[in-house]
Design a binder for this molecule. Structure first.
Ligand SMILES: C[S@@+](CC[C@H](N)C(=O)[O-])C[C@H]1O[C@@H](n2cnc3c(N)ncnc32)[C@H](O)[C@@H]1O
Length: 245
């Protein structure tokens, strides 16, 4: 189980708590290749999954990954316009992973994602400040600089910038109609590097080693919340904002 799968399990636990429904409907915006979806569908017999993904190559892979999977569909589009065939306020969970920092029109995206959360459902956006806080290359640094200062020069599909927590909170209040009720902090650089090494170099199933660290992130979120924001962001570049409609 990788960090994203562990996180998804936590989201499902939270969604089940607040729902009287047997089935849990999840909308993922910017699902990439949806590679973790078959495992999750297998694990949760009551899960229904809809993913949307605007980048053609990723979408094609996602289509392949969920092709034979029951109760899972993906479609190709940006997270701004209505999704054909879907009703507003019809999902128990609306989620994204590492997407907010790539969204060019974040207000429109947050309005779109809030629309699909049903009353009592949850919206969780887990985003990643790694590009902005410690870019790997000059190109990435330049991209982030342009995204932060002259966003219009970057195309939708190549967009990246720093996203401030206060901006995200403001969108929750404006569009979901309530303040976030929980924050969790993830992917300390050393943990992420360790996970990669275990998988790529050492040929150990990283989940055997890493699960304790994923749990530790959740168990200590309230402690990390007390750190000053710039310190916390440096330590935990991935932030998840949780809110219930
Ligand atoms: C770093 S990838 C993450 C993909 C996937 N969620 C994952 O965790 O592997 C960023 C994703 O954001 C998506 N994205 C960027 N802007 C978007 C938008 N306006 N609407 C929907 N998805 C968007 C991209 O298509 C891309 O798949």
């Amino acid at each position: 189980m990788n960090s994203k799968e562990y996180f998804f399990n936590e989201v499902i636990k939270e969604a089940v708590e607040g729902s009287s429904n047997k089935s849990i409907k999840v909308l993922e915006i910017g699902c990439g290749t949806a590679s973790y979806v078959p495992t999750m569908i297998d694990k949760y017999p009551n899960l229904e999954y809809v993913g949307i993904e605007p980048i053609t190559n990723s979408f094609k892979k996602a289509e392949k990954n969920v092709g034979d999977v029951p109760r899972a569909t993906v479609s190709s589009q940006l997270g701004y316009e209505s999704i054909e065939g879907l009703e507003d306020a019809s999902f128990d969970v609306v989620i994204s992973f590492s997407v907010l920092e790539h969204v060019k029109q974040l207000g429109k995206f947050m309005e779109f994602s809030s629309r699909y959360v049903k009353k009592g459902g949850i919206m969780v956006h887990r985003y990643d400040l790694g590009h902005a806080l410690y870019p790997w290359s000059l190109k990435e640094r330049l991209h982030v600089f342009l995204g932060n200062t002259i966003p219009k020069v970057l195309p939708e599909r190549k967009f990246v910038r720093y996203v401030s927590l206060s901006e995200v909170v403001d969108y929750y209040e404006r569009f979901l109609g309530t303040s976030p009720d929980r924050y969790t902090y993830h992917q300390m650089r050393s943990h992420k590097a360790l996970e990669k090494k275990l998988g790529d170099d050492v040929k150990i199933d990283p989940s055997r080693v890493m699960t304790g660290l994923y749990r530790w992130e959740f168990e200590n979120a309230a402690v990390f919340a007390k750190l000053p924001l710039p310190v916390r962001e440096q330590l935990f570049p991935t932030v998840a904002v949780w809110g219930r409609k």
